[in-house]
Design a protein around this ligand. Structure first.
Ligand code: N01
Length: 609
């Protein structure tokens, strides 16, 4: 440490651990988890596995096929679709249709109803349009049901049920150049048309299953967490899973979902077996009820200001105040632009080595804290040791819970650690790890959602643009867009998603910025009397060049990470990977650039006809 500036050492504090030993441990834990089949290890929820994604919540619905016309069709009625609908309504668009697979609107918050579900990002910023619908979350981190009810308030406030098609799965889109419109085909035999189509079918929306040998042989009860079977477990999102009191339950998956569902399962199952492949890095949640005095003191525009402050703080951009002040805000201290807040403190620019040193050291210390919390909470020493994560904080989605670790102190909860290998085999009657079979009545998959496959595979439909060009084919080597939203050859088709744009810690912020972009663009096309809009070839080429070289060069960080969907299960070269196409500007600058583009009101880069 001799040649590190003392001002920097003051910021990072005492180094009371061996960084080299820690690095070696991280590398070892990564290596035991790397698999040659990488992203191919997962089983797609189709064919004999398609029942895992049936809608357990909706009543059967019969209706005649539609072949009518709408000005704007929005595929997906989740947060993205609802915000697009709302922003379009605000911009004066009446003729809107949301097409949604589920039995109601809400998207991820419709599907996910597992017990213990809450938002991970603070509800005051995560739940969109709180001010517009005159609502206020009851807690800092709302339950899923409260989030869903707020989303449905947006739907009602902006009249988005009108003309909506629920329980309808889009199977294909085709551009009709002569008529300047899209034909939308669905699983209900619809052949409706729309001038514009917005694809808001979600990012983590297709459940995935682990490719464990024998997974199709299990004869007990089984389901994926995003289709929770309360008929089987009893209870509801508040818990009370009384029908599990005489059951041996197994859960596979200890990510964001597992960490929330496991404490509830632990309370009710006769025996809960948690099959762990990679330990979860779980920091303090510190949820609390909303203070009514604080809520009534808020001035109009507070939600946008809070969100803006959070985005800056959580990406390391120095602010006078940290309004949200939680675990995600704290991550800004070792996020990529760490240098900017440190530079503000020490009064000079940092060298890249200094930036990396600060980022790494603060990260190490946070992870040491997370590991120490496990020792302090989990009474059985072997269990505590096995629960410790050995990777950098951002290698996986950061997790927060105050209930997860104490669950392992219950006598009916068993951690079945697989030493990074995962469950070896599933049999008719249980799961096998290290040659030992754990008998199970019920096996729950908290194994997450498909990432890193082609957009059209996850969406479940192909898009055929001008001259018969297929999106599947056009993006086979990776996305090619302008602003992550517009694609050459696919006029009037806009993508709202996390793809070729920038990351931010609140996903609903990204979706709202994109929704504003859609509303602005369609309004400007209208003003110009146009009927079609698409990006110029030059605009796409320039945009793709901005993204590609930089995003792939960030792989130094991801390569040393334990595998996850963040780094393509250790294969960062995947052009469809979660972060493969991220814009290098970072969330704050990127969405600022989009806002400036809208302010200029010249649709620069788009061709209107
Ligand atoms: O899924 P995941 P998730 N044997 O992919 C394990 C959002 N979200 O549903 O780490 C054994 O994170 C796998 O193990 P490993 C959020 O963006 C948000 O939890 O790969 N285990 C992992 O533990 C989140 O990131 C919220 O070694 C196997 C788990 O399955 C995303 O959704 C709540 C295995 C999958 O974890 C997905 O979260 C919930 C095998 N063969 C979700 N294969 C909130 O904001 C896989 N695993 C509240």
């Amino acid at each position: 440490m001799a040649d590190i500036d003392p001002a920097i050492m003051e910021i990072v504090g005492e180094i009371d651990y061996d960084p080299d030993e820690l690095r070696k441990r991280y590398a070892y834990e990564r290596d035991v988890r790397l698999r040659p089949d990488k992203n191919q290890q997962y089983v797609e929820t189709k064919a004999e596995f398609s029942h895992y994604i049936d809608d357990p919540y909706a009543e059967p619905l019969e209706r005649d096929p539609l072949n009518d016309h709408t000005e704007v069709a929005i595929i997906g009625g989740g947060i993205g679709g609802l915000l697009i609908g709302a922003r379009l309504r605000q911009a004066g668009f009446d003729d809107i249709r949301i097409i949604e697979k589920g039995g109601d609107l809400g998207g991820v918050w419709y599907w996910n109803r597992y017990p213990g579900l809450r938002c991970d990002t603070e509800s005051y910023i995560y739940i969109p349009m709180i001010e517009e619908v005159d609502s206020m979350p009851t807690e800092k981190y709302s339950r899923g049901a409260e989030i869903q009810s707020n989303l449905l308030k947006i739907a009602r406030r902006f009249d988005l049920y009108k003309n909506a098609c629920l329980q309808t799965v889009v199977t294909g889109l085709e551009w009709d150049d002569a008529a300047s419109r899209w034909t939308i085909r669905t699983d209900r035999g619809d052949a409706m048309t729309a001038q514009y189509v917005v694809m808001a079918n979600g990012q983590l929306s297709k459940p995935k299953l682990p490719g464990i040998p024998g997974i199709d042989t299990f004869k007990g009860h089984t389901f994926h967490t995003s289709r929770w079977d309360y008929d089987y477990t009893g209870g509801d999102y508040l818990g009370n899973l009384t029908r599990l009191q005489d059951k041996n339950v197994g859960v596979i998956g200890t990510g964001a979902t597992g960490v929330q569902a496991i404490p509830e399962l632990a309370k009710w199952a006769k025996q809960l077996n948690v099959f762990q492949r990679t330990p979860a890095a779980v920091d303090v949640r510190a949820n609390r009820p909303t203070d009514p005095q604080w809520a009534s003191s808020l001035e109009p525009g507070w939600q946008d200001r809070r969100s803006d402050n959070f985005n800056k703080v959580s990406s390391g951009i120095m602010q006078d105040e940290d309004l949200v002040s939680d675990g995600f805000s704290e991550l800004g201290r070792f996020a990529d632009p760490t240098a900017s807040w440190v530079a503000a403190v020490i009064g000079r620019e940092l060298t890249p080595e200094e930036g990396a040193f600060i980022s790494q050291t603060l990260d190490d210390k946070k992870m040491n804290e997370i590991r120490a919390r496990i020792d302090a909470t989990v009474t059985d020493k072997a269990t505590a040791e096995a629960l410790k994560p050995w990777h950098r904080r951002y290698c996986k989605r950061p997790l927060f819970s105050d209930e997860y670790l104490p669950a392992f102190n219950r006598p009916n909860v068993r951690l079945v650690d697989t030493a990074g290998k995962g469950v070896q085999r599933i049999t008719e009657t249980g799961a096998v790890v290290d040659g030992v079979e754990y008998p199970l009545d019920c096996l729950i998959f908290a194994t997450g959602f498909e990432v890193g496959t082609e957009f059209t595979r996850r969406a479940g439909y192909d898009v055929v643009g001008r001259d018969g060009i297929e999106l599947r084919q056009y993006w086979k080597d990776g996305m090619k867009t302008f602003q992550g939203m517009f694609t050459r050859g696919f006029p009037n088709c806009i993508l709202v998603n996390f793809g070729q744009n920038a990351a931010a810690n609140s996903f609903s912020f990204i979706l709202d910025e994109q929704a504003k972009h859609v509303a602005h663009t369609l309004s400007e096309v209208r003003k110009r009397g146009g009927t079609t809009v698409e990006p110029s070839q030059q605009a796409v080429d320039d945009y793709v060049a901005e993204i590609k070289p930089l995003s792939f060069s960030q792989s130094a960080f991801w390569e040393q990470c334990t595998p996850s969907y963040f780094n393509g299960e250790g294969a960062n070269e995947n052009p469809h990977g979660f972060f493969a196409n991220v814009h290098p500007a970072g969330g704050v600058a990127f969405y600022g650039m989009l806002a400036e583009w809208r302010n200029a009101a010249n649709l620069d880069g788009l061709e209107v006809r």
